[in-house]
Design a protein around this ligand. Structure first.
Ligand code: AHG
Ligand code: MN
Ligand code: MN
Length: 334
């Protein structure tokens, strides 16, 4: 019999001594949000949601209409349930404390409501990324400071991928499981139990147009991959992919291995990388490591970083263990 996500979560919680069903309730609300987002993304131009919103987010990026809509959907689905003290999103300047009319809970939720939004108008896969933390100060007056916890403190992380199928991939620290949305019954069904990342790969993903801005270790690694079996290269040839939706890249890596890099670059002064620690790098690192992969800034573990700001950016190198270790080794040698 096929198992849906809520049933899977309840059964998993029963096996963990002391686990509360609060987390299952919260994940249920997140699932609702992802189904609503899947619906909007899928209807696209039919309901007039494509194109720019004409506004900018706190990071100076132009917002798409769907960045704003999906942010709102995510908040509305998660604010009422009594599981959360506050939320923080890539698309909001400050944290969002749970409004006074709702009961407060003991978790914090961070999210990127629409990842890969540059792809939305060209009908290429996009996603939603989320991470759940405990609220350290209790649930009464959560502050931005409460969110600045290392990724190792995450209770749960996941993403929804709005591709040819809508999928939800999740970890609570006991491996990684993938669910596919059956639109006929409106349920996510367990289709990809125990997802694991092969330790070796012949596929790398990086935005090559930034090549001249990379540091020497990444230059060296990519140069060797491109050379493949020719002199100065590697023992094998490599293939390259770049979707420009991190969710889609991570999903490919969970499915068949690979290495994904958005490394440190000197393109814009003051930006340590492009991807955001709390909304993208930490949740994806948790998932990748739970699937047997590895994640690093190049110089050290992403999840051990103590965040210094809500919207902090970090270099990200993640995927198949042996390749990530090689890139980290090149950083050490340099
Ligand atoms: P977002 O749409 O949430 O801003 O994230 C886009 C991110 C990530 O998904 C992707 O890997 C990367 O930005 C693509 O960046 P480039 O356009 O620089 O390739
Ligand atoms: Mn993103
Ligand atoms: Mn986004």
């Amino acid at each position: 019999m096929s198992k849906n996500l809520v049933q899977f979560m309840i059964e998993e919680q029963r096996q963990i001594p002391g686990a509360s069903d609060d987390l299952t309730g919260l994940i249920g609300d997140i699932v609702t949000a992802c189904k609503q987002i899947a619906h909007s993304v899928n209807k696209g131009a039919l309901i007039g949601v494509l194109g720019s919103a004409g506004s900018e987010n706190v990071q100076g990026e132009t917002q798409k209409k769907l960045d704003v809509i999906t942010n709102e959907l995510f908040i509305k689905a998660n604010e009422w349930g009594g599981h959360l003290a506050a939320m923080a999103s890539e698309e909001m300047d400050d944290i969002y404390p749970i409004p006074a009319q709702y009961p407060k809970g003991r978790y914090l939720l961070t999210f990127d409501p629409l990842d890969g939004s540059s792809n939305i108008d060209v009908n290429i896969s996009v996603g939603t990324i989320f991470s759940i933390l405990r609220c350290p100060a209790g649930s009464i007056h959560p502050t931005a400071e409460d969110f600045l916890q290392p990724g190792t403190e995450q209770v749960c992380a996941g993403y929804a991928l709005y591709g040819p199928s809508t999928m939800l991939v999740l970890t609570t620290g006991h491996g990684v499981n993938g669910f596919t949305l059956n639109n006929d019954i409106g349920e996510f069904i367990l289709t990809h139990p125990n997802m694991t990342i092969p330790v070796d790969t012949q596929e790398f993903a990086i935005n090559m147009s930034n090549q001249r801005f990379w540091e020497a270790p990444v230059q060296r690694y990519v140069d060797e991959c491109v050379k493949g079996k020719s002199p100065g290269g590697r023992e094998k040839n490599f293939n390259m992919r770049w979707v420009a939706s991190m969710v889609a890249e991570v999903h490919r890596i969970l499915s068949r291995g690979g290495i994904f890099m958005y490394p440190f670059d000197t393109k814009e002064a003051g930006k340590a990388g492009k991807l955001r620690l709390l909304y993208e790098a930490n949740p994806m690192s948790f998932i990748v490591e739970q699937a047997g992969g590895m994640s690093s800034t190049g110089r050290g573990s992403i999840m051990e970083l103590k965040p210094t700001g809500l919207h902090q950016r970090v270099p990200v190198i993640l995927g198949s263990r042996n390749e990530v270790e090689r890139v980290v080794g090149y950083h050490k040698e340099a």
